[in-house]
Design a protein around this ligand. Structure first.
Ligand SMILES: *[C@@H]1O[C@H](CO)[C@@H](O)[C@H](O)[C@H]1NC(C)=O
Ligand SMILES: *[C@@H]1O[C@H](CO)[C@@H](O)[C@H](O)[C@H]1NC(C)=O
Ligand SMILES: *[C@@H]1O[C@H](CO)[C@@H](O)[C@H](O)[C@H]1NC(C)=O
Ligand SMILES: *[C@@H]1O[C@H](CO)[C@@H](O)[C@H](O)[C@H]1NC(C)=O
Ligand SMILES: *[C@@H]1O[C@H](CO)[C@@H](O)[C@H](O)[C@H]1NC(C)=O
Length: 788
C-alpha cells in the first residue's frame, strides 16, 4: 500500500470489526480573538453561542459571584482561567460521527452525522471507487421526428452489434427503448385535424401522430425483442425545429419502475436527436404555465402531462439525473453539436458524441462514452434547499497518482478499482430564524455522479444549550429559600459576606444578599468575586492588558499566574533569561531584575553585562605579576617566587622609554596614588616577555602641589562665572514676572527666558479605598448597536 493510500485510509472504517465507530474531529474554525465572546448584551447561553464558535457559557452557580450575567459568556480558556470548572461550561463541540455499520462496495462511509454551531465548520473524507465491471442498462431515447428516419432504420442492426460489443465491458448488458417528438399542441404542431393524425401529410408519407414521450420497451436482455420493437417504429413529425427531448429525458429518468432500471446497474440514457431541445419557458408559447413537478406521469407507457406541464429546467433535469444515478449520452447530429456542448457543464455525468449520418458510428460512440464515464469520478454535494443559505460547502478532490484533477470535485483518467477521496468541509453561518419552525436536523447529500450509492449526512445544529440561564441546570435553592424567609437579608447572615481580616462587607463594593455578595455596578468595569474583591480595572496595565493578561486583579493588586511576577505581572519569575553563555547570571557582574540584567560594575554593559569597552584588557592581567615583582624588590630571582602569576621570563630595565614599542605594548601599573611603574609586554621571541622599569614615575610634590592649585583655582573661577550668569538670568526672569498687585499683565509679551513651572505627569489610577465616583457615561441607544 502506498503511503498516499495509507494516509487516507485512516478515514475508512473497518466496518467488519466495529459496530460503530465514533470519530470526533475538532473544529478547524479560526480561533476568535479573546474578547469576541464577551459582550454586555449577552444575557443567555443561546446568545452567547451566536457570538462565535469558541464562545462558551458558564453555568457554575458561584462563578464570578455578583458579576453581570454577561460575564458568563467568554472563550472557554478565559472561563477556565476565571475559575469556571470545565463541567459547567456549555460549549457544544463540533463533532463528526461516522456510522460504520452500513456496508458498501463503492462509497464509504454511507452515513455521517455532524454537529455544527454557528460560525463553525467540520470536515470529513468520503472514499469512492469504481468497480471493474458493472451490469449496464442502456435506454435508447430516440427522436422519431421525420428527419431521424435514416437513423431509426439503422438502429436495429446497430443495436444488436452494440450489445455484443458491450458484453466485453459489462457483466450483463440490457437495453430499453423509448421515443419522443414534442408537445402535441400548437404552435409546435399543426392543429389541422388531418395533420394531427398524419403530421407528414404534405410529403405524402404515412406518419404517426406527434407525442411527448412513449415508453416502448422496458429494459430487457432479449435482443430479438429489441429488434422487433425497432422494426415496428414509425416516424412522426412536428413543425418547429427544437424537440421535447428534456421532457422525455426526465420521464425516462424518474419512471424507474416502468423503464426497469436495475439498482445494481450503471444507467446509460442514450439520447439520439438531430435538433436542440425546448427549454422550460418555451412552453409558455403554447399556454402551458405549470412548472414541471419532477414526477413520473406515465399511463399506458405514455407521458400524460405533456400538454399540461412545462418542459423541465436544466437545473431540475440535472438534479433528477443525479438522484437517479443516470449518465446521459448525447448522440447528436453535427449541426447541433455546439448547442449540446454548452449543456455539458450544466449536466453532471453527461457525454457528448457526434453522430455520423445514418448512425454508422453509434456503436463506437456508446462504447467510448461508457469507458470515458467510468474513468471519471465526480461528486455533487447538495444541502437541503430550505437551509442552503445558512450553510456552505467546500469540496477538494484528492485524486490518485496518474489521474487528473478537474475542478475541485472530479478526478479523470482513473483506472478501475482506483480509490478517489473527497475532502468535504461544511460550515454553518447562522442558526435558523426565530419564525422558522425547522429547528431539526438538516440533510446534506454527497452523491457521486452515476453511482447507485451515496452518503447521507445529517447536520445537527447546536443553537441551544441544555442549561440556559445562570445555573439553570442546578437547583437555584439558596437564593429562593432565602427570598422566601426574608426580604431584609442583611439579618440572615451578615458575617458570611465579610472576608476574614477585612472590616467591610463585600470589601465595601457590594451588598450582602442572602449570604452572598452582590457586587456594585461600576462604570469602570466589572466587579466580581465571592467578596467582590476582584475587578477588571483597578490594577496596573501592561501592554494594554490588565495585569499584562497574566493575572487576576484582586483588591487593586495583580495576583499573577505561576511563572510571572511584578506589579503588572510583566516579569518572568525565573532568571533563565539572564543567563549568559558561560552559564553565569549576568556574566557574574550583575543581578537579574524582571528578566533583564542590571550590571553592578559601571563599565560593564550589554544584555548579560558582557561588554566593557573601556576595560584595558591587555595590561590589567599583568598587574598582579608586576605587583609580585615589586614586593620582592625587583631583584633577579623573584621570578621564581612569582611563577604563579607571571610569564616565565621577566626582565628589569632602567630606561623603558627606549624600548621599541612596535613590538609590544607600554603599560602602566599604579603603585601608589602619585606613582606608577611602566612595564612593557613584549612579543618578540627570545627576549623577556615582561620588562619592568626599575624606577617609578612619580609626580614630584612640587608639581603635585602646582597641579592641585591650578585645578582648585580653575574650579573657583568657573564656579563664579556660572553664578554670575545664573544671577543675570534670574533678574531678567523677575522682571518678566507679572506684578501680583497689577492685574493688567500683558500676556502677549513673549519672554524667551520664561520656563514652564509645572510638569505634566501621567499617573495610573489605583484604587485602594472605595471612593465615591460620579462618572457620567452617556448610554448608547440600543438601536445603534450593530448586532452580529
Ligand atoms: C424474446 O422475445 C421473443 C419475441 O420478441 C420471444 O419469442 C422470445 O421467447 C423471447 N426470449 C426470451 C428468452 O424471453
Ligand atoms: C450498487 O451497485 C453495486 C454494483 O453493481 C451493487 O453491488 C450494489 O448492491 C448496488 N447497491 C445498491 C444499493 O443497489
Ligand atoms: C475551498 O477550499 C479551497 C482549497 O482548499 C480554498 O482555496 C477556498 O478558499 C475554499 N473556499 C471556501 C469558501 O472556504
Ligand atoms: C480537509 O480540508 C480541511 C479544510 O480545508 C483541512 O483542514 C483538512 O486538513 C483536510 N483534510 C484532509 C484529510 O485533507
Ligand atoms: C615556582 O617556584 C617554586 C620555588 O619558589 C618552585 O618550588 C615551584 O616548583 C615553581 N613552580 C613552577 C610551576 O615552576
Amino acid at each position: 500500500m502506498t503511503s498516499w493510500l495509507r494516509k487516507y485510509t485512516n478515514f475508512i472504517l473497518h466496518r467488519k470489526l466495529l459496530i460503530s465507530l465514533l470519530i470526533v474531529f475538532i473544529s478547524i474554525s479560526q480561533t476568535a480573538a479573546d474578547g469576541a465572546c464577551a459582550s454586555p448584551y449577552v444575557s443567555s447561553c443561546e446568545e452567547c453561542l451566536l457570538r462565535g464558535p469558541d464562545c462558551g457559557w458558564c453555568i457554575q452557580e458561584d462563578f464570578l459571584d455578583g458579576a453581570h450575567v454577561s460575564q458568563r459568556c467568554d472563550s472557554t480558556s478565559s472561563l477556565l482561567r476565571k475559575g469556571c470548572r470545565e463541567e459547567f461550561i456549555q460549549s457544544p463541540r463540533v463533532k463528526v460521527e461516522v456510522d460504520a455499520t452500513l456496508s458498501s462496495t463503492q462509497v464509504a462511509p454511507r452515513k455521517i452525522s455532524i454537529q455544527l454551531r454557528p460560525g463553525s465548520q467540520a470536515s470529513f473524507v468520503v472514499e469512492v471507487r469504481q468497480l471493474e465491471r458493472y451490469p449496464v442498462d442502456l435506454y435508447y431515447l430516440v427522436d422519431v421526428s421525420a428527419s431521424m428516419k435514416d437513423n431509426l432504420e439503422r438502429l436495429n442492426n446497430v443495436g444488436v452489434a452494440l450489445s455484443h460489443q458491450m458484453r466485453e465491458h459489462s457483466s450483463d448488458f440490457r437495453v430499453g427503448f423509448g421515443s419522443f417528438v414534442d408537445k402535441p399542441v400548437a404552435p409546435y404542431i399543426s392543429v389541422h385535424p388531418s395533420k394531427i393524425i398524419n403530421p407528414c401529410r404534405e410529403y405524402e408519407v404515412q406518419c404517426r401522430p406527434t407525442h411527448g414521450f412513449i415508453h416502448v420497451l422496458p429494459i430487457t436482455e432479449n435482443m430479438t425483442e429489441f429488434t422487433r420493437v425497432i422494426q415496428q417504429q414509425r416516424i412522426s413529425g412536428n413543425m418547429d425545429t427544437p424537440e421535447g427531448g428534456f421532457d422525455a429525458m426526465l420521464q425516462a429518468a424518474v419512471c424507474q419502475k416502468d423503464i426497469g432500471w436495475r439498482a445494481e446497474a450503471k444507467h446509460l440514457l442514450l439520447m439520439m436527436t438531430d435538433q436542440p431541445s425546448h427549454l422550460a419557458l418555451d412552453s409558455k408559447l403554447a399556454g402551458i404555465v405549470v412548472p414541471h413537478d419532477g414526477q413520473c406521469h406515465l399511463e399506458d407507457n405514455t407521458y400524460t402531462e405533456t400538454t399540461n406541464m412545462e418542459h423541465p429546467t436544466i437545473g431540475q433535469l440535472a438534479d433528477i439525473l443525479l438522484q437517479n444515478s443516470i449518465y446521459s449520452i448525447f448522440a447528436v447530429d453535427n449541426v447541433q453539436y455546439k448547442w449540446y456542448e454548452d449543456l455539458l457543464d450544466l449536466l453532471p455525468g453527461a457525454y457528448l458524441g457526434r453522430l455520423f449520418p445514418k448512425a454508422t458510428n453509434l456503436k463506437d460512440l456508446v462504447v467510448d462514452a461508457y469507458k470515458k464515464l467510468l474513468s471519471e469520478v465526480e461528486i455533487e454535494v447538495t444541502v437541503d434547499h430550505r437551509h442552503a443559505h445558512r450553510f456552505w460547502v467546500n469540496v477538494t478532490a484528492i485524486c490518485p497518482p496518474g489521474s487528473s484533477v478537474t475542478g475541485n470535485n472530479k478526478c479523470s483518467n482513473l483506472k478501475p478499482k482506483q480509490k478517489v477521496f473527497f475532502n468535504i468541509t461544511v460550515g454553518m453561518t447562522s442558526c435558523p430564524g426565530e419564525d422558522s419552525e425547522e429547528d431539526n436536523d438538516v440533510g446534506l447529500s454527497v452523491q457521486p455522479v452515476g453511482f447507485n450509492e451515496s452518503v447521507t449526512v445529517t447536520m445537527k445544529q447546536a443553537c441551544s444549550c441544555q442549561c440556559s440561564q445562570r445555573g439553570g441546570c442546578l437547583d437555584d435553592g439558596v437564593a429562593s429559600t432565602c427570598n422566601d424567609i426574608s426580604e431584609n437579608t442583611e439579618q440572615v447572615s451578615p458575617d458570611v459576606c465579610q472576608p476574614e481580616g477585612s472590616g467591610k462587607i463585600c470589601n465595601g463594593r457590594g451588598t450582602c444578599v442572602c449570604g452572598e455578595c452582590v457586587c456594585d455596578h461600576s462604570n469602570l468595569g466589572t466587579i466580581y468575586g465571592k467578596f467582590c474583591e476582584m475587578d477588571d480595572f483597578s490594577c496596573p496595565y501592561q501592554e494594554g492588558l490588565l495585569c499584562g493578561g497574566r493575572g487576576q486583579c484582586t483588591l487593586g493588586e495583580c495576583v499573577c499566574q505561576a511563572g510571572w511576577t511584578g506589579e503588572s505581572c510583566g516579569c518572568p519569575a525565573s532568571t533563565e533569561t539572564c543567563q549568559s553563555s558561560d552559564g553565569l547570571l549576568c556574566s557574574g557582574r550583575g543581578r537579574c531584575a524582571c528578566g533583564r540584567c542590571l550590571c553592578d560594575h559601571p563599565p560593564y554593559s550589554g544584555e548579560f553585562c558582557e561588554k566593557c569597552p573601556t576595560c584595558y584588557t591587555a595590561c590589567q592581567p599583568h598587574w598582579l605579576c608586576v605587583a609580585c615583582h615589586l614586593t620582592h624588590g625587583l631583584v633577579q630571582g623573584s621570578s621564581e617566587q612569582c611563577n604563579r602569576t607571571c610569564a616565565p621570563v621577566v626582565g628589569y630595565v632602567d630606561d623603558i622609554t627606549e624600548m621599541a614599542s612596535v613590538l609590544g605594548k607600554h603599560c602602566l601599573y599604579p603603585s601608589t596614588e602619585r606613582c606608577h611603574y611602566r612595564f612593557h609586554i613584549g612579543v618578540e621571541p627570545g627576549s623577556p616577555q615582561l620588562q619592568i622599569s626599575r624606577q617609578p614615575e612619580c609626580l614630584s610634590s612640587q608639581r603635585y602641589f602646582v597641579t592641585f592649585l591650578s585645578v582648585f583655582l580653575l574650579t573657583v573661577v568657573l564656579g563664579l562665572g556660572i553664578l554670575a550668569v545664573l544671577r543675570i538670568m534670574l533678574r531678567r526672569k523677575e522682571e518678566a514676572q507679572p506684578d501680583p498687585q497689577n492685574p493688567q499683565f500683558d500676556t502677549n509679551k513673549k519672554d524667551p527666558s520664561y520656563a514652564p513651572t509645572t510638569n505634566e505627569k501621567t499617573v495610573t489610577y489605583r484604587r485602594d479605598h472605595n471612593v465615591e465616583m460620579h462618572v457620567q457615561v452617556p448610554k448608547m441607544p440600543l438601536d445603534d448597536i450593530g448586532w452580529q
